[in-house]
Design a binder for this molecule. Structure first.
Ligand SMILES: Nc1ncnc2c1ncn2[C@@H]1O[C@H](COP(=O)(O)OP(=O)(O)OP(=O)(O)O)[C@@H](O)[C@H]1O
Length: 229
């Protein structure tokens, strides 16, 4: 599904992703855990094409995408839920979701998105900025799903979200994977959420993967040690 090889991303002279290798299988949910500043957001933004890479390759289903612009990557099957959600606060819920349709030929919002997130249907005429944090997160996910991605990237989706909603979010993401047959790469700092949602856990340190384990074999204490400052 996604194969990242010898991947480098730099800000000027400062290399933030360093010779990274990473694979994600079809239908797999992979969580990338790491402390602040270890490169999670840089990895996500570079995979979606917001930051250029400095070397290496990224193949999505055998198509090399590392030279593509963001909109081409979305058309190729990547969806992105950015850190902080970045919904358009003065646009309605429906208008926000519609922005996700730009790379598709369709003009109408797929009904299954409203089935997945009924609250968005109830609130479709409200401004995005008037939604709660959890509702905005649902909106950001629905917007990303509108382009029918084969791999959904989520950057720290639990940030600023209440614990009860975080558990629901893990269930929803697994349901999306099961029903739509897509893969998910999620960056996180919350270990319990990663254990709930993922099939496999990676730990990133200084721009490289230093631990890679199936969730079933993951030792929370070992991972927690990587995350402690
Ligand atoms: N625009 C930028 N210019 C220069 N350096 C940057 C820029 N953005 C991030 N960095 C640096 O790159 C490194 C990785 O940052 P990044 O935001 O990817 O980490 P992160 O793991 O997502 O952290 P957080 O959990 O705080 O979001 C940090 O040292 C950060 O200071």
């Amino acid at each position: 599904m996604l194969t990242v090889n010898q991947y480098d991303v730099a800000y000027g002279q400062s290399k933030v992703i360093n010779d990274m290798n990473l694979t994600i299988g079809s239908n797999e949910i992979v969580a990338v855990l790491g402390r602040n500043g270890m490169g999670k957001t840089t990895l996500m933004k570079s995979l979606i094409g917001m930051i250029p890479s400095a070397g290496g390759s990224v193949a999505l289903k055998d198509t090399e995408i590392s030279g593509m612009k963001s909109h081409q990557r979305v058309a190729s099957g990547l969806g992105f839920v950015p850190q902080g959600r970045m919904i358009f606060s003065t646009m309605t819920v429906e208008e926000n979701i519609r922005t996700g349709l730009t790379s598709t030929k369709s003009n109408s919002i797929p009904e299954h998105l409203y089935e997945l997130f009924p609250v968005l249907k109830e609130m479709k005429d409200r401004r995005g900025g008037n939604l709660s944090g959890g509702q905005q997160q649902q909106l950001a996910i629905a917007r990303a799903l509108a382009s029918n991605p084969s791999l959904l990237l989520l950057d720290e989706p639990t940030e600023g979200i209440q614990p009860s909603i975080i558990r629901e979010m893990a269930r929803t993401l697994r349901k999306i994977r099961d029903e739509h047959g897509l893969a998910i790469l999620v960056s996180e700092q919350v270990l319990s959420f990663a254990m709930d949602v993922a099939d496999r856990i990676l730990v990133i340190e200084k721009g490289n993967i230093v631990h890679d384990v199936p969730c079933a074999d993951a030792d929370p204490d070992t991972i927690a040690r990587y995350l402690s400052v």
